[in-house]
Write a protein that binds this ligand. Structure first.
Ligand SMILES: O=C(O)c1ccccc1NCC(=O)[C@H](O)[C@H](O)COP(=O)(O)O
Length: 214
């Protein structure tokens, strides 16, 4: 079953709507941008959630002590790092790390990435390279490039997914999980109906998987 993470939640209502839509994981952005949330509010939301929902904190080149303090304060389960964080940085993080690979027109040097980060991260999140941005852009990248990659660590597919294109994206990339933000928003706010449609689209196309997932 392909897991679903809904990212960029900024208030309790939308976090609960994501959970009620069936998301396995939710994400809070602590980096600069319109979806930024304060640690105090994220902690309050996380404390209110039911069990078995994985909470993720999104950071971009943040000072490691600060990341670790926020992880402890909010009781985050995972850290999603969207910048130039090194393997050593990932090693010293107090929570398991999901490291973003920004996908451009070609295939990245995945063997190099796997060798450097493979032992230190829980998963790689593939997101679209957009000049001047680090995530949450709503832009897709060519999914066919994922088929050429030899990453052995679980892959989370992100970047411009929405309820209509996610089934095709899963078919082409066979990820462990998908991650969405812009594609379940209306006028910049999380839309409960779109979140439900997104989760439904993923559940409807997910095969029961017995093989070696990406
Ligand atoms: O959402 C942001 O504002 C953001 C800012 C800086 C780094 C990461 C950010 N978001 C991460 C995500 O929401 C997702 O993991 C991913 O980028 C997919 O976003 P989208 O293409 O909007 O579905």
């Amino acid at each position: 079953m392909v897991r679903v993470k809904i990212c960029g939640l900024t208030n309790k209502e939308s976090a609960w709507a994501a959970v009620e839509a069936g998301a396995d994981a939710i994400g809070f952005v602590f980096a600069e941008g319109r979806r930024r949330i304060t640690p105090v509010l994220a902690r309050e939301i996380i404390r209110s959630l039911p069990p078995y929902i994985t909470t993720t904190g999104v950071f971009v080149n943040e000072e490691l002590n600060q990341v670790n303090q926020i992880a402890d304060f909010c009781r985050l389960d995972l850290l999603q790092l969207h910048g130039d964080e090194t393997p050593e940085y990932c090693n010293r993080a107090v929570r398991p790390v999901v490291k973003t690979i920004h996908m451009g027109a070609g295939v990245p040097d995945d063997e190099y990435i796997q060798n450097r980060y493979g032992e230190r991260v829980r998963a790689f999140l593939l997101d679209t390279f957009v000049a001047g941005a680090t995530g949450g852009t709503g832009q897709t990248f060519p999914w066919s490039s994922v088929q050429k990659m030899r990453i052995r660590t679980p892959i989370i597919l992100a970047g411009g997914l929405h309820p209509v294109n996610v089934a095709e994206a899963i078919r082409l990339t066979q990820p462990f999980s998908v991650d969405v933000s812009s594609g379940v928003e209306t006028n910049g706010q999380k839309d409960p109906a779109k979140m439900r449609e997104f989760v439904h689209a993923v559940r409807s196309c997910s095969p029961v998987f017995f093989g070696d997932p990406h």
